[in-house]
Design a protein around this ligand. Structure first.
Ligand code: FMN
Ligand code: SF4
Length: 409
């Protein structure tokens, strides 16, 4: 496996509170290149040719999203960096900010200027106070160095970045709920279309990108889209920060090219299971992720549209046979029960009832009626909810029923 580092190469080597350290390793040279040698069209061209796709879970092509907003001649536009990161087990965006906040800022500045926005927001989960302090310091340092504010590096460009703290609700990571939250409304999703690229924040064209997606931008501008496209898998190139947890020897965040298999992630990045532990399954993508059994370990970890096991946020939780599945199911279904925003009945009631049935299952008190009701509830969550959170709530339990046969007598 090639050792290519785009996002994590300076982690632990530079002080995140000192812009000089970032400048010392070539930081902000992509922004300088953008200002001195490129224009918005050229930068957009590089992002498109990189085939970068979103790291927030869905893998949507970044260049395509930017293009819609960049082409819109309206003056008021926004760029939002999604730093809500509430998926259980996922902490890659926080690690980016803790280790190299200026990489993220440089990406935000280039992104906003490319689409023609004069204001960018970082939407941060309200629980992340340390990361907020680090980002605030970085913004002040960037302003002092003329990377932000009026006449950026003596050019015509202007940009202001505001950090907006949410209340720490999982649903506020969903882009339309996030917009509602910044606008001062209740944090619940809106119907799409219109998509944020057409009618986003304050009704204006808006690009929303995940923090990890944004942190790739300086490399692409500095080295060219083609160089980025040659890394990792063809359909969704680049590197990915994987978050390994559970029964692996090497836990934590590890950057590797996209397209490695689940097996490679566990055996090479995670150095395998500790002695005496028997593999049972791996959950890929956080609490909303699917359960991959032995048969599926050669599935690729990328954003291919037809992947059996979606990569999602990049979290891989390795579960061995000593673990009580009911503990996990209680934790997953309990999470969605708490985080359902309550806007639509199938999710508000379904997440609640699913968690109750799992409680009875864990206590050995499940009835035939419960078993039938569970199938109905799973179908309802999968097929009728207003936003993807409802579908997410069913994923792990569905796989536990179908693959781990938890309902079998
Ligand atoms: C329930 C729910 C929660 C989400 N949480 C996050 C999140 O915490 N961070 C994030 O970047 N995207 C999250 N998303 C995805 C966003 O809606 C959006 O697709 C993403 O920020 C776009 O950025 P990207 O194209 O760079 O991936 C969530 C989606 C849903 C449905
Ligand atoms: S599916 Fe759940 S989170 Fe989404 S709108 Fe309905 S109640 Fe809210």
């Amino acid at each position: 496996m090639k050792d290519i580092k785009i996002l994590t190469n300076y982690w632990g080597k530079i002080n995140p509170l000192k812009i000089e350290d970032y400048l010392g390793v070539g930081g902000y040279s992509a922004l300088k290149k953008f200002i001195e040698k490129m224009n918005q069209q050229k930068a957009l061209g590089e992002i498109k040719s990189s085939s970068l796709c979103g790291r927030g879970g869905a893998g949507f092509p970044t260049g395509q999203k930017w293009e819609v907003v960049a082409k819109n001649s309206i003056k008021e536009k926004y760029f939002i960096c999604n730093f809500d990161e509430s998926e259980p087990g996922t902490y890659k965006d926080r690690m980016i900010v803790e280790n190299n906040p200026h990489l993220l800022l440089e990406g935000i500045i280039i992104a906003a200027l490319t689409i023609g926005a004069k204001k960018a927001y970082v939407y941060i989960n309200g629980n992340y106070e340390t990361q907020k302090d680090i980002l605030e310091n970085a913004i002040l340092e960037a302003q002092k160095n003329k990377f932000l504010g009026e006449k950026i590096l003596g050019s015509k460009y202007f940009l202001e970045i505001e950090i907006f703290s949410g209340a720490g609700a999982y649903i506020c990571g969903e882009e339309t709920a996030l917009i509602n939250s910044i606008e001062g409304n209740r944090g619940e999703p809106k119907i799409r279309p219109p998509y944020p690229t057409e009618k986003g924040l304050f009704g204006k064209p808006t690009v929303i990108n995940n923090a990890e997606t944004v942190a790739n931008i300086p490399f692409i501008i500095q080295n060219g889209g083609k160089k980025y496209a040659a890394i990792g898998s063809k359909n969704s190139p680049g590197t990915k920060i994987f978050i390994l947890g559970g029964a692996v020897k090497n836990k934590g965040v590890i950057e590797a090219p996209t397209g490695i298999t689940i097996r490679e992630a566990i055996e090479t990045l995670g150095r395998g299971l500790p002695r005496g532990k028997d593999f049972w399954f791996a959950q890929v993508g956080g609490a909303s992720g699917r359960l991959a059994t032995e048969k599926e370990l050669d599935e690729k970890l990328d954003y291919g549209k037809n992947n059996n096991i979606p990569l999602g946020s990049g979290t891989i939780l390795v579960v061995d046979k000593s673990i009580n599945i009911y503990d996990l199911l209680l934790s997953w279904t309990g999470f969605f029960r708490r985080e359902s925003c309550g806007k639509c009945i199938p999710c508000r009631e379904g997440t609640f009832r699913l968690n109750e049935i799992i409680e009875r299952l864990a206590d050995g008190e499940i009835s035939q009626r419960d078993k039938e009701a569970m199938q109905d509830i799973l179908w309802t969550l999968e097929s009728t909810t207003f936003c993807p959170l409802g579908k997410f709530a069913a994923v792990a339990t569905r796989d536990a029923v179908d693959k781990l046969e938890i309902l079998k007598d």
